[in-house]
Ligand binder design. Structure first.
Ligand code: PEP
Length: 262
């Protein structure tokens, strides 16, 4: 398939940077990052910083994402934050990140409910899927992708699918320095689109945004960005280094520009 001429770069800060540090970091980043129509940059800071950053950022330069949401809109759910409460503050929500699935035991049913909650509240879900090292060793990658996509997207209509981004994040590659090869990513991206095609048809499968995430740094970013079906990157560790992150954004712009000329 032809690559699209816009890349999505998402920085997942995980449980790093307090409110003050997050504000300083965004200030530094805003000086380094050029705004390009070819790249959408999304920052996912701690929940605590979202409100203040929503007033600080220039939305033409950065969009905001929640790293997680709860799926009920309100009620007796101590400690949770709903998509309804985040509505108007964030444009995206990361859902089903492997750390949520594996450390906090979130199921496909949880991710499905969260995808629905995000859409219901005008937030675009970034649904993370990917196999563990053990599943990969057993050659189960495609089965895992199938189950996580079918599970996470159940009840999503074709119209709603247009708001969803799928991030292929092999668990064994996240935060480990063992990044997947471009060949691995291409195979997984094809499997994801094939599953989406099965569920929603070929046009929807070509249109859906597919990202790669897993130990991407400024040296490896271009290799992934140049894969035809890869529409961007989900970046953890390297997104905490302003120079490296802005470098990756520039590389995304270059990759999108190459695609435009094809
Ligand atoms: C992530 O948190 O989604 C991620 C990809 O992390 P890292 O880039 O550090 O592997």
């Amino acid at each position: 398939m032809a690559a699209k001429n816009k890349k999505l770069i998402v920085g997942n800060w995980k449980m790093n940077l307090n409110v003050h540090e997050a504000s300083l970091y965004v200030h530094t980043l805003s000086k380094l990052v050029k705004t390009h129509r070819t790249v959408e940059v999304v920052l996912a800071p701690t929940m605590l910083a979202l409100q203040s950053l929503s007033l600080q950022v220039n939305y033409r330069q950065f969009k905001l994402a929640a790293q997680n949401i709860y799926w009920r809109d309100h009620g007796a759910f101590t400690g949770e934050i709903s998509a309804q409460q985040l509505s108007g503050v964030v444009q995206y929500a990361i859902i089903g990140h492997s750390e949520r699935r594996h450390i906090f035991h979130e199921s496909d049913k949880d991710t499905r409910n969260k995808v629905q909650a995000a859409i219901r509240n005008g937030i675009s879900p970034i649904l993370c899927v990917g196999e563990t090292a053990a599943e990969r060793a057993l050659n189960e990658t495609n089965d895992v992708l199938h189950d996580q996509l079918v599970g996470g997207l159940a009840n999503v209509t074709s119209e709603e699918l247009a708001q969803i981004t799928i991030a292929y994040e092999p668990v064994w590659a996240i935060g480990t320095g063992n990044n997947a090869t471009p060949h691995d990513v291409r195979q997984a991206e094809k499997a994801i689109r094939s599953q989406i095609s099965h569920l929603y048809g070929k046009t929807a499968a070509e249109a859906v945004n597919v990202l790669y995430g897993g130990s991407v740094n400024k040296d490896s970013a271009t290799d992934y960005l140049m894969i035809p079906g890869v529409d961007g990157l989900l970046i953890g560790g390297a997104s905490l280094d302003a120079e490296a992150f802005s470098d990756i954004i520039e590389k995304a712009h270059n990759a999108a520009s190459v695609v435009v000329k094809q």
